[in-house]
Design a binder for this molecule. Structure first.
Ligand code: FAD
Ligand code: UDP
Length: 363
């Protein structure tokens, strides 16, 4: 059977595209090389606890249209992400706010915090050129040393001086006692889990799992005239211009015979020596009270071909190579490259949905 669109990847980008294309009367086939649909938002359920298989996912957006869009499929609970940082046993609230400053310096007013940060950032003059300069300029050297440097170097496997400043600008810095990790107007976890979103998006659409586009390219290319490709863009082109770098992750999940292990969904380990960056206690995303709990330690690791690519490394070298792949992609007029890997961009879920909806407008 010939389809209008072959959609490679059943994550949010591919699934939203397929859903909207089907509404426009297009016949779509969605394939995924994993053994399940949903990409990185997929969850598995164990003993009534939904495990975020590919790392903690909290939906947040300031875009009302996107919020309404996802709420068509599922309702969201009132979870507000308020992770804590554990630096060698010292506990700090995140993101960087008056609770963090107070714990760090024993102060209580915004004026005192601002004065300390102003004194500590004196060394940075001009526009911050890298993550280290950006971090010190935002929160000073003490917080940089205890809460940012070690975590970031583990997460990215690179020195903070070699990383782009924008990575740290994702995090709010506030002179109020507010531990909400995001500034967005809307936030939550889907009641009943993320999988329902994908199930509803792909309802009535042909799908195939365990199906790798690259491994059987000629067959899949014959299936449709047009392709939506959400895998790594360099892999699509057979790495002909060289390899883009990605950051890998390894997840270690453990079942514990206790009701409440760490008292919070996300605890960041910000020292350099602890090999993992975060411990997720999944039940707290949904306010669970089961007698057991599941935790996942998240270990960043070097990515090599064949591994899952989790984060694009958007430093100058990789951005330059991506720009060359993007130029090649523009010549593939029958292919739309989308999503975190297809566009080599550090997109959150709301931005991926927004992009997919924009692409749909163009078909
Ligand atoms: P993906 O979900 O990666 O889907 C791509 C799919 O394509 C995959 O299923 C893959 O198997 C498939 N594929 C690739 N190549 C092929 C091929 N050759 N053949 C067949 N199939 C192929 N966002 C938030 O908004 N909030 C968060 O809290 C958050 N936390 C995150 C935590 C982690 C650890 C990570 C890694 C990401 C997080 N994100 C978060 C980002 C979020 O996961 C992404 O924005 C979103 O899932 C990207 O959707 P996508 O469709 O682009 O990609
Ligand atoms: N970060 C940090 N310390 C923390 C949390 C985050 O230094 O305790 C930095 C780190 O560089 C990280 C970036 O802020 O890569 C963005 O953090 P975020 O939690 O948004 O990362 P993600 O959830 O996308 O992995």
């Amino acid at each position: 059977m010939k389809y209008d669109y072959l959609i490679v990847g059943s994550g949010l980008f591919g699934s939203v595209f397929a859903h909207e294309a089907a509404k426009k009367g297009k016949k779509c086939l969605v394939i995924d090389r994993r053994d399940h649909l949903g990409g990185n938002i997929y969850c598995e359920e164990k003993e009534g606890i939904r495990i975020h298989t590919y790392g903690a996912h909290i939906f947040h957006t300031s875009n009302r249209q996107i919020w309404d869009y996802v709420n068509q499929f599922v309702e969201f609970n009132h979870y507000v992400n308020s992770p804590v940082a554990n630096y060698k046993g010292e506990i700090y609230n995140l993101p960087f706010n008056m609770n963090t400053f107070s714990r760090m310096w024993g102060i209580s007013t915004p004026q005192e915090a601002a004065a300390i940060i102003a004194a500590q950032r004196k060394a940075i003059t001009g526009t911050p050129e890298n993550l280290e300069e950006q971090a010190i300029s935002l929160v000073g050297t003490d917080i940089y040393q205890k809460l940012i440097k070690g975590y970031t170097e583990k997460q990215w496997g690179r020195d903070c001086k070699e990383l782009p400043a924008f990575i740290i600008r994702r995090l709010p810095v506030r002179y109020t006692y507010d531990n909400n990790y995001f500034n967005d107007r809307y936030q939550g976890i889907p009641i009943g889990g993320y999988n329902q979103i994908i199930e509803k998006l792909l309802d009535g659409i042909d799908t195939e799992i365990g199906a790798d586009f690259i491994a059987d390219r000629e067959k899949w290319e014959r299936a449709a005239d047009k392709i939506v490709y959400t895998g790594p863009i360099d892999e699509y082109f057979g790495y002909e211009l060289g390899r883009l770098e990605y950051r890998g992750l390894r997840f270690e999940t453990e079942r514990l015979e206790e009701e409440n292990h760490q008292g919070v969904a996300v605890m960041n380990y910000t020292d350099r020596e602890t090999p993992y960056t975060r411990v997720i206690e999944h039940k707290h995303f949904e306010f669970g009270h089961q007698p057991v709990t599941y935790i996942t330690r998240e270990y960043p690791c070097e990515w090599k071909p064949g591994d899952e690519a989790y984060y694009p490394v958007n430093d100058a070298k990789n951005q330059a190579l991506y720009a060359k792949y993007k130029a090649l992609a523009e010549k593939e007029t029958h292919v739309i490259f989308g999503g975190r890997l297809g566009e080599y961009k550090y997109y959150d879920m709301d931005k991926v949905i927004e992009r997919a909806l924009t692409c749909i407008d163009g078909i």
